[in-house]
Design a protein around this ligand. Structure first.
Ligand SMILES: Nc1ncnc2c1ncn2[C@@H]1O[C@H](COP(=O)(O)OP(=O)(O)OP(=O)(O)O)[C@@H](O)[C@H]1O
Ligand SMILES: [Mg+2]
Length: 373
């Protein structure tokens, strides 16, 4: 797989420029962006282009280490520091000495560990768990998260001082849907890779099918595109890819209602009648799916709810058939906000959510108060 962040969008070109600028220095870096956008690829590139490239790159997933042992994993422990510490152990920071440590999912680092981490960031010094001797290491620190750290700070899950210290060099990788010009390049790269790896000849793709790929939302970003390429290549060897192949694989990722169900009835007249009714129902379902596909993206469709500022909350039946859970959630949220004077705390209370969750959703769904008045 690529050890370079591929893409010809302006955003990726700028990120690659930043990587080249910061890599030779020892400055610590925070990489942010949704899951699957390529944060680990960036961390690897920085290490590879740095003067430390022959030294270790130690990758630590902070979210995967239980809270109780994370300090001893990161900083090591002395013999007898706690039950089970039968011998002294070096932590990841010591293992990464002279190299780079990549702290993935930094937003999941417990508050207590963050204090110790901030000290390492500032002085390069720490003590092993149960130790009394200061240990100094020469480690380049790269951290990454798909969380909104500023919100974690507001929620008191992340230290403010550490946040400001970390974000001084922040590389943000935008989601794939915001840099669609990268899709073609990544598609070609992944297809070529999987064809070579599996000894399969690529026979191309229909234009309509490729347009679908370009316009798809890719919620799982480049990782989803990569997995999609692997499945479609391996499961359709020796054939030019069509729109129905593409839809099949993208549907597996975001499942839809199956169009037909096997129905086998006996030969009695009563069963034949049942059979006919079932077939009629299935055709109806199929028609609904067609309407949904024809309606296309209704994300930008506004004000389709009757009486939004009224006491009733009504979504026409025809529309609800075509809406995703996210779209329904967004409409409910707008309705509640508009009917509660945009009081987020109150809306959070009604929905039994934290205000932070509501703020996050307002941001995710791009709900803008000004647009609405
Ligand atoms: N721009 C890119 N060029 C080449 N490969 C990419 C690119 N972006 C992502 N990939 C590939 O997609 C997969 C996911 O990337 P990566 O693991 O870096 O994502 P991530 O942002 O760290 O995701 P997560 O937050 O879930 O850990 C990897 O196999 C990576 O090689
Ligand atoms: Mg990652």
């Amino acid at each position: 797989m690529s050890d370079k962040l591929l893409g010809d969008s302006i955003q990726i070109i700028e990120i690659n420029d930043t990587i080249k600028q910061v890599a030779p220095t020892d400055i610590s870096i925070l990489i942010t962006g949704e899951s699957g956008v390529g944060k680990e690829v960036v961390a690897n590139s920085i290490h590879r282009l740095s003067k430390r490239y022959e030294k270790p790159l130690v990758v630590v997933n902070c979210g995967a280490i239980p809270e109780g042992i994370i300090e001893s994993e990161l900083f090591g422990h002395q013999k007898g520091a706690f039950t089970g510490a039968i011998e002294e152990r070096r932590g990841y920071f010591e293992l990464a000495d002279e190299g780079t440590i990549f702290l993935d999912e930094i937003g999941d680092m417990p508050m207590a560990t963050q204090v110790k981490f901030l000290r390492v960031l500032e002085t390069g010094e720490f003590m092993r768990v149960g130790g009394t001797k200061k240990i100094k290491v020469d480690v380049r620190i790269i951290a990454a998260t798909n969380k909104e750290l500023s919100e974690e700070v507001l929620d008191k899950n992340f230290r403010e001082d550490l946040y400001y210290r970390l974000r001084s060099i922040n590389i943000f990788i935008p989601p794939l849907r915001e840099r669609r010009s990268d899709i073609k390049l990544l598609y070609n790269f992944f297809i070529e890779h999987y064809c070579k790896a599996n000894n399969i000849e690529y026979l191309g793709i229909d234009e309509e099918a490729f347009d679908f790929i370009i316009n798809y939302n890719w919620p799982g970003n480049a990782r989803e595109l990569k997995n999609f390429c692997e499945s479609i290549i391996i499961l359709n060897p020796g054939k030019k890819l069509t729109i129905s192949d593409v839809k099949k694989y993208l549907q597996t990722i975001s499942p839809e209602i199956p169009r037909s169900l096997p129905i086998i009835f006996g030969n009695s007249p009563e069963n034949k009648e049942k059979d006919l009714i079932f077939r009629a129902l299935l055709e109806l379902k199929s028609d609904i799916i067609d309407i949904k596909e024809n309606l296309g993206d209704i994300r930008n469709m506004k004000s389709f709810i009757n009486g939004r500022s009224d006491t009733d909350f009504i979504i026409p039946k025809k529309l609800i058939m075509t809406m995703t859970m996210d779209e329904i959630e967004k409409e409910v949220l707008i309705y509640l906000l508009e009917n509660n004077y945009w009081n987020v705390e109150k809306v959070a209370d009604i929905l039994k959510q934290t205000p932070r969750n509501i703020y996050r959703k307002i941001k995710t769904y791009n709900i803008n108060r000004e647009d609405r008045w």
